[in-house]
Design a protein around this ligand. Structure first.
Ligand SMILES: [Zn+2]
Length: 294
């Protein structure tokens, strides 16, 4: 019964759970007096197992948990960490509230259970929890001179936040990195330019290993690859706009393979990037118009 998975050591003080059955990854930093977790996995039962693995292995409590962003595969398991100080970036509140009025109403969740019998096993247990502690730009947690930084980056979603532990050069990327797979870039709050800026910034940082939101533990090579993908997607989107074609005409860069089941990810990204860069060009040209006489 349930899903079996184990902690994977990433560096002396950091661990992660990476398993396809979990739907998303989670990570943690083991400090001297307590543990800081990053995400909780998708389901309450797997989140409970993740917490038990951490606290039994290291014999100290999880004191803080960073919710990297508002997507269901990162927040629906939070009940298992209800008594822990949960934190996220400020825009997560409005993002979660809008989901609670749409995809996460009791009626919508009931429909989900009918559609997906596997989800029926755990959806009843879900408690939608909005983290009470909100960060603006940045939050550092310090324990006996060990420091972990959390930065609000935006990009994948407007509330996307990542963690960085400089002593061991570990990046807790959340869904700002999808390792070896097409990054989901179609959220309504996705900001391609901010995402690209964050990836460029990371390339200048000292990063030995990356714990991604999805896919295996990786490194700077994956950041570089994902940046190339986004730059190519941006060019393809602008060419499509210039040719006055439609979103579905955007030619997707071939750096990641997509199967049939993943095609909706492509469609959403095409639509979102098309709208985003259409507005972006309009804004830029209207700015230029103001400075150019007639
Ligand atoms: Zn996500």
């Amino acid at each position: 019964m349930g899903i079996h998975f184990e902690l994977q050591q990433v560096s002396p003080r950091t661990v992660a759970v990476v398993d396809e059955q979990l739907a998303s990854n989670a990570g943690a930093l083991v400090l001297d007096d307590y543990i800081v977790a990053v995400d909780a996995t998708m389901r309450p039962d797997t989140a409970r197992t993740f917490r038990a693995l951490l606290e039994e292995t290291y014999r100290r409590p999880v004191k803080y948990l960073c919710v990297t962003h508002y997507h269901g595969d990162h927040v629906l398991g939070l009940k298992a960490f209800k008594d822990v100080t949960l934190f996220a970036s400020a825009p997560l509140v409005a993002n979660m509230q809008s989901r609670m009025k749409s995809d996460w109403t009791p009626e919508a969740l009931a429909a989900w259970k009918v559609e997906d019998p596997a989800a029926a096993e755990w959806l009843d247990e879900v408690e939608l929890i909005i983290p009470p502690l909100l960060l603006h730009n940045r939050l550092d947690i310090v324990n006996r001179e060990k420091v972990i930084e959390f930065h609000q980056a935006g990009g994948h979603t407007s509330c996307s936040t990542f963690g960085y532990y400089p002593d061991e050069r570990i990046l807790f990327a959340g869904d700002l990195i999808f390792a070896g797979q097409l990054p989901y870039a179609g959220d309504v709050t996705c900001d391609p330019e901010r995402w690209i800026t964050t990836l460029k910034t990371w390339l200048t940082w000292d990063i030995a290993k990356v714990i991604p939101g999805h896919g295996p533990i990786t490194d700077q090579g994956e950041i570089q690859k994902q940046l190339e993908f986004f730059e190519a997607l941006k060019s393809a989107t602008r060419e499509t706009l210039a040719a006055r074609k439609e979103p579905q005409d955007i030619i997707m860069p071939t750096l990641y393979t997509v199967d049939k089941e993943g095609h909706w990810l492509v469609e959403r990204a095409q639509k979102h990037w098309y709208e985003y860069y259409r507005n972006y060009e309009t804004e830029n040209s209207s700015t230029a118009g103001r400075t150019t006489p007639n």
